[in-house]
Design a protein around this ligand. Structure first.
Ligand SMILES: [Zn+2]
Length: 382
């Protein structure tokens, strides 16, 4: 998961006077009618970006026009070990924008990783206008050791230390490599995430407001073409490209319309979660004229203006009583906490009225852990 949160630490021993809320709604995805086929808006040509060259290189992968190349981006050893980040480059037969799609900054958010793996073969470079950079797994140590949230080498989140530091620890150095090899070489970037091992998450995208109206209109159109109907508005991301912190923000603060999307949860890969991310990227490619594919915007987007979190104020065992996507009112019971001998400690109450964007998926609970994120619905932004 990647998010900016407003933290609301729950006071202990809260007694819920409200009934648990109803079950999650059946569908998590917009019924996007996008279908592959000729795009009738072909008067709008793809803009050649940085790919107006005979070959395109990222790391050790160099692709000729109309071809796909496989390689790695080497993170050199420093104060700790180095490693290789896998990358595939699809250099289209015709010129166009350069789109980078990155996943696995959190190496146990599996649906997003599997989605980018699938895109490597789902897109045909011979049919492509522009260039597609695919990075399915940034955080290889997390994936290999099944450690959520952080890179176990240096215990840092790999979506918090951009634009990176070539003299820092492994996460800093990897972030520096991704900034140089991926962000600097693309025109647009999509950062894919999903619910981590302990997160029961409903799918959604983030739309970042940079204040640059033209760029924001472009990124908004990309988010709406992607197809997830719940969109969180991020208006408070850093503006300084030297302190961009997040991957999407590293691209956005460098003038490249970009966004983040999340689908997946709690370990096992639901094929529908991976498929919605694959289709979403293909829809954005249709919107950017990289593929001949219609990509109408989401018909009825749900804009979320604020995320309010409840965090644990003590260790214990968490028992959720709502599912992801439940609609809750402020103060409603969303779960309870017991001690290690099953004695009740307190109920957990919704910190705000809104949609359960994710609820803790596992009983393990340490002080400071997030119990729930509630999305507060807002009006459509202008
Ligand atoms: Zn994540």
């Amino acid at each position: 998961m990647t998010t900016l949160r407003l933290r609301a630490v729950l006071a202990g021993l809260l007694i819920a006077a409200y009934p648990a809320n109803g079950p999650a709604r059946a569908g998590y995805y917009d019924d996007n009618p996008a279908t592959a086929g000729p795009d009738l808006r072909s008067d709008r040509l793809a803009e050649p970006g940085q790919d107006a060259h005979a070959t395109f290189t990222v790391g050790t992968a160099t692709a000729a026009r109309g071809r796909k190349a496989y390689g790695v981006m080497n993170v050199p050893a420093g104060s700790d070990a180095g490693y290789d980040i896998p990358v595939a480059v699809l250099h289209g037969a015709r010129p166009g924008p350069v789109l980078a799609v990155v996943a696995g900054s959190h190496g146990t958010e599996y649906a997003s990783i599997v989605a980018v793996e699938r895109l490597i073969d789902a897109v045909d470079a011979a049919q492509l206008s522009g260039t597609l950079i695919l990075v399915p797994l940034v955080n290889v140590p997390s994936f290999e050791r099944i450690v959520p949230h952080v890179n176990p080498t240096d215990n840092k989140s790999m979506n918090r230390f951009y634009p990176g530091d070539s003299k820092g620890t492994q996460t800093d150095r990897a972030s520096s490599v991704v900034t140089r090899e991926v962000v600097d070489k693309c025109d647009h970037l999509i950062d894919l995430h999903g619910g981590d091992l302990d997160e029961n998450l409903r799918p959604y995208s983030y739309w970042t407001v940079t204040g640059n109206q033209k760029q924001d209109e472009t990124s908004r159109a990309m988010v709406l073409a992607f197809g997830l109907d719940h969109i969180i508005i991020s208006a408070d991301r850093p503006k300084d490209p030297k302190a961009s912190r997040y991957l999407e923000n590293t691209a956005s603060t460098r003038g490249k319309p970009s966004f983040t999307a999340e689908a997946g949860r709690s370990g096992p890969v639901d094929p529908k979660d991976a498929a919605v991310l694959v289709t979403g990227v293909q829809n954005v490619m249709g919107h950017l004229k990289m593929l001949a594919r219609a990509a109408p915007p989401v018909a009825k987007p749900v804009w979320v203006g604020q995320i309010v979190s409840a965090t644990a104020d003590r260790d214990g065992i968490f028992h959720p009583s709502v599912d992801r996507d439940a609609h809750v009112v402020k103060g409603a019971k969303i779960g309870s906490v017991t001690d290690y001998l099953n004695r009740p400690l307190h109920d957990v109450l919704a910190p705000e009225s809104g949609i359960v964007m994710f609820v803790r998926a596992v009983p393990s609970l340490k002080k400071g852990d997030t119990l729930v994120n509630v999305g507060v619905v807002s009006k459509e932004p202008r």
